[in-house]
Ligand binder design. Structure first.
Ligand code: HEM
Length: 487
């Protein structure tokens, strides 16, 4: 019997089509969820399926408690109906590995609630899938190479020096607000080459205005019409487009070599071509990718720096090893990008790792299931929304002893290798691991080191930190601290 010859298929090297636009009509979105539930091809995993306003409001206020409760009652895969929609959650090391690495192809980012970001971000890395996403990522990866990040490190250090340089002893500061402003200035310079003090500085305020939409609760996000948050989002987004498309047009008239050597990401994207088909990115594609980086990049680092100083203020004894390390490694010389790779200051690295465990800014990874699957003996239907959550996974008591406690030693060189695969996922994982991880880590290290080398931040004794989850984890009312001289 002769074997059937294998049919050879040529790899598709043509430029991938832009993804189909998503609808933002609240009615059609609700319809889609109802249809997903009605047409499911198997039962949902066990959970709380009855509609409940109490659960919906409770989940919005405190998702961590609800997720940990779901894990305790139902195990690593369960369903909670939030608003009118049943959402499947998968938690814990094995579940994270399944969603992010081994079976990542069973999930869509765009069709999950990340697609809600398209009115602001368009079709960037966060809101696309498949070949279109892979091509974008391939073109952008060189911009996040070590050497490029080191160049961005110089911009970071310059901006940080100016921002910390004006601090005065006993001054009150909202560290969240201060870091956010600083991170946005760094992102504007490193991504767009914009002068934050010049005409383009307006980008920052327009961007903040657009972003405010995503801090609204689910109900307010559904409103449409004049004066609604959605209306303000589209107006701010149009103003941003005008600035960014203008800049792209100006830069297009410069030579490829000038763009390549500009040192910012925008220049690099203008000069880049696809390795497979030789095509370059259109103005719209570039706009969407840089907006995505601006979105994903500044709030995440802001919240990490804020919670780091919050925890150090609560546990001052954790400061001593950091200060000793700084004295030994840096002495009195100025900080350089080479000091910020992670290896040079291992004590600081342990603290940053632990902060990202306790408060992973991108706390939830929303997806839509594209094919039915089974996990841990439980079937999950095709077409339904599903999320993993780093925040909840990092608080599971069977994986992390005393999960609420700030204990940097969990990440010592002895303990870190013992952490189970998939247990610690502050930057996601697999082929879609955070592309800005090195940039973000370097920025956090740079800001923390610059502050620690001169000052001690004291928290308010009466401070009760309420956490806001949308779009990233952050203190709801900022974080007021007092600048004290270092002991
Ligand atoms: C402490 C800082 C940061 C944290 C904790 C963080 C976290 C994450 C996480 C968890 C994901 C994956 C989300 C998912 O699986 O659903 C992600 C993706 C992403 N991040 Fe970050 N991020 C940080 C900084 C940055 C920075 C500075 C940038 C850009 C300059 C950036 C750009 C992106 C992009 C573009 C993606 C999507 C990647 C893809 O799908 O290919 N992030 N980030």
């Amino acid at each position: 019997m002769s074997a059937t010859p294998l049919k050879r298929t040529r790899p598709n090297t043509s430029k991938p089509e832009s993804p189909a636009p998503l609808s933002f009509s609240p009615i059609s979105r609700l319809k889609r969820e109802f249809s997903a539930e009605r047409n499911k091809d198997c039962a949902y995993p066990p959970g709380d399926m009855r509609p409940s306003l109490k659960r919906t409001l409770g989940f919005q206020r405190d998702p961590l408690t609800h997720l940990l409760d779901g894990y305790e009652r139902f195990g690593p895969v369960f369903t909670l109906r939030v608003m009118s929609v049943p959402v499947v959650f998968m938690l814990g090391p094995e579940a994270n590995h399944f969603v992010l690495v081994s079976d990542a192809d069973k999930f869509s980012w765009r069709e999950g609630s990340l697609g809600d970001l398209t009115p602001l971000l368009g079709d960037g890395l966060l809101t696309t899938d498949g070949r279109y996403h892979r091509r974008g990522r391939q073109i952008m990866l060189p911009a996040f190479h070590r050497d490029r990040i080191a160049m961005a490190g110089n911009v970071m250090l310059e901006e940080i020096e100016t921002a910390v340089g004006i601090w005065e002893q006993d001054e009150q500061i909202d560290i969240y607000d201060w870091t956010r402003h600083l991170a946005l200035r760094i992102a504007m310079r490193a991504l767009f080459g914009f002068d934050p003090d010049g005409r383009e500085g307006r980008t920052a305020s327009d961007f903040e205005a657009a972003l405010a939409y995503y801090s609204n609760d689910y109900f307010r996000q559904m409103l449409r019409g004049p004066g609604s948050p959605f209306n303000r989002l589209t107006k701010a987004s149009a103003r941003l487009d005008e600035l960014i498309f203008g800049e792209i047009a100006d830069r297009r008239s410069a030579s490829t070599a000038t763009n390549e050597s500009s040192g910012d990401l925008l220049g690099m994207l203008l000069a880049a071509t696809d390795a497979e088909d030789g095509s370059s990115l259109s103005a719209r594609e570039i706009r969407d990718q840089v907006m995505t980086l601006l979105f994903a990049g500044h709030d995440t680092t802001t919240s990490t720096v804020t919670f780091l100083f919050h925890e150090l203020a609560k546990k001052p004894e954790a400061l001593a090893p950091l200060l000793e390390e700084q004295a030994a490694v840096l002495g009195d010389r100025p900080l350089t990008p080479a000091d910020l790779t992670g290896e040079a200051l291992p004590q600081l690295e342990m603290v940053v790792d632990e902060i990202l465990r306790l408060y992973p800014p991108a706390w939830i990874g929303p997806r839509r299931v594209t094919q039915q699957f089974e996990f841990n003996g439980i079937k999950v239907p095709k077409g339904v929304p599903l999320s993993y959550s780093s925040w909840a996974s990092h608080h599971l008591p069977d994986v992390w002893p005393n999960p609420e406690e700030f204990r940097p030693e969990r990440f010592s060189s002895t303990n870190k290798p013992l952490i189970p695969k998939g247990a610690y996922v502050p930057f996601g994982g697999g082929s879609r691991t955070c592309i800005g991880m090195r940039f973000g880590q370097m920025e956090v290290r740079a800001i923390a080191t610059a502050i620690l080398s001169r000052w001690r931040l004291e928290g308010r004794a009466d401070e009760r930190v309420e956490i806001r989850q949308m779009p990233t984890l952050s203190p709801r009312d900022g974080m007021r601290m007092t600048i004290r001289a270092r002991d």
